[in-house]
Ligand binder design. Structure first.
Ligand SMILES: Nc1ncnc2c1ncn2[C@@H]1O[C@H](COP(=O)(O)OP(=O)(O)O)[C@@H](O)[C@H]1O
Ligand SMILES: [Mg+2]
Length: 350
């Protein structure tokens, strides 16, 4: 594992100054507060806990980035918030998900319909999961609008055109009547974002929204998220593999491993003073951010099988610093400094 000290880069310094600017914001109730969430999935071999004791917050106008290798529970965390877990296998076993003061875990499916798209929306990596190939994009965005708001035909059409324009779709008066297959991947993702944002949700969850897109389109979509976050004080929960995106977008970072939070805190402390060996491993690629577009560094070994997780700290089989204590006991997520927390017996490492 690459244990080098991450060198400060322009991206991190930008993140640091952004973090300082946002520290001046007055404290207010977070939009979303997830408290000790535990989610499991039924498999042929029994029930598997895939999100374990996960807590975090997203504030208005702020971005939380969730990082971690594939299979760490990032998508299941966001699907839990949306109450869109795979059916019938997925189940929230414990915890609270408080959005705008209401615990979503207690709502009926009917009540959740009023929340989705209205208070919180989600955008996935693959736009075709959200688009129906047989309807025009205009019809689909109109449907999303009318699910929550009453408005006449003409008003709906002009709102949809305005939404398409807002997400950077050229010639929206004509494009509104096209079908998804007539658009490029980047344009389709913009349509999905327009659909997610048409009712101005307070919170947007974006699960690797730009992974399938080329770098230029990715930059444009992130810029759009940033504008909406700043102009409407929308909260953003952004799942990404790209550390460059984290440095550019995040106020706070949560690192997940094997369904648990291993480290979390303000972006500048995570980059400049990472405490968990897993985070340090992921950040191993940081000095090469520009060449490699900030992909997470490869850590030797593989993520554990969640049906039979390792004893003690789940990361111990891959950790170069592991001790007997790490094999025997799971470390709690403990304060490093201020809001920065790490679940490692060895922290603080500096
Ligand atoms: N529909 C499903 N059926 C069975 N297992 C699933 C399903 N969805 C996710 N999982 C499992 O849950 C764990 C967490 O998955 P996920 O949240 O998708 O990870 P990530 O988004 O971090 O890549 C993984 O072990 C994955 O195999
Ligand atoms: Mg995922």
């Amino acid at each position: 594992m690459n244990m080098v000290d991450p060198k400060p880069t322009a991206a991190i310094m930008a993140a640091e100054s952004a973090a300082m600017a946002s520290e001046a914001a007055p404290a207010e109730e977070p939009l979303l507060r997830v408290n000790r969430l535990r989610t499991s999935i039924a498999t042929e071999r029994g029930r598997m806990t895939v999100v374990n004791d996960v807590s975090f917050e997203v504030r208005a106008g702020r971005t939380l980035c969730i990082v971690g290798e594939s299979g760490c529970g990032k998508s299941i965390t966001s699907l839990s918030v949306m109450r869109l877990l795979p059916k019938p296998q997925g189940r929230i076993d414990a915890g609270n998900i408080t959005l705008l003061g209401r615990d979503l875990t207690t709502l009926t499916e009917h009540q959740m319909h009023a929340v989705r798209g209205h208070e919180v929306s989600i955008v996935f990596q693959e736009p075709m999961t959200a688009l129906n190939p047989v309807y025009t994009i205009g019809d689909q965005i109109t449907e999303a609008l009318l699910a929550h708001e009453r408005c006449g035909r003409h008003e709906a059409r002009s709102r949809v055109i305005a939404a398409l324009r807002e997400v950077g779709i050229p010639d929206p008066e004509r494009r509104i009547d096209t079908f998804p297959h007539e658009l490029s991947g980047g344009m389709r993702q913009r349509v999905v974002i327009a659909m997610a944002l048409i009712c101005r949700p307070k919170l947007l969850i974006a699960d690797e929204p730009t992974t399938a897109l080329d770098v230029t389109v990715q930059a444009q979509i992130l810029e759009l998220f940033r504008q909406l976050r700043d102009s409407h004080r929308m909260g953003l929960m952004l799942i990404t593999h790209d550390l460059g995106v984290v440095a550019e977008m995040a106020d706070d970072v949560m690192v997940m491993y094997a369904g648990r939070v291993v480290e979390s805190g303000p972006v500048a402390s995570i980059f400049n003073n990472p405490q968990h060996p897993y985070t340090i491993g992921l950040l191993g690629s940081l000095p090469k951010i520009t060449e490699r577009q900030g992909r997470l560094s490869i850590i030797p070994g593989t993520v554990p099988n969640l049906m039979a997780p390792p004893s003690g700290c789940c990361f111990h089989p891959r950790c170069p610093l592991s001790t007997e204590r790490c094999v025997a006991d799971a470390p709690p997520l403990a304060v490093v400094r201020g809001p920065h927390r790490s679940a490692c017996w060895l922290a603080p490492l500096d």
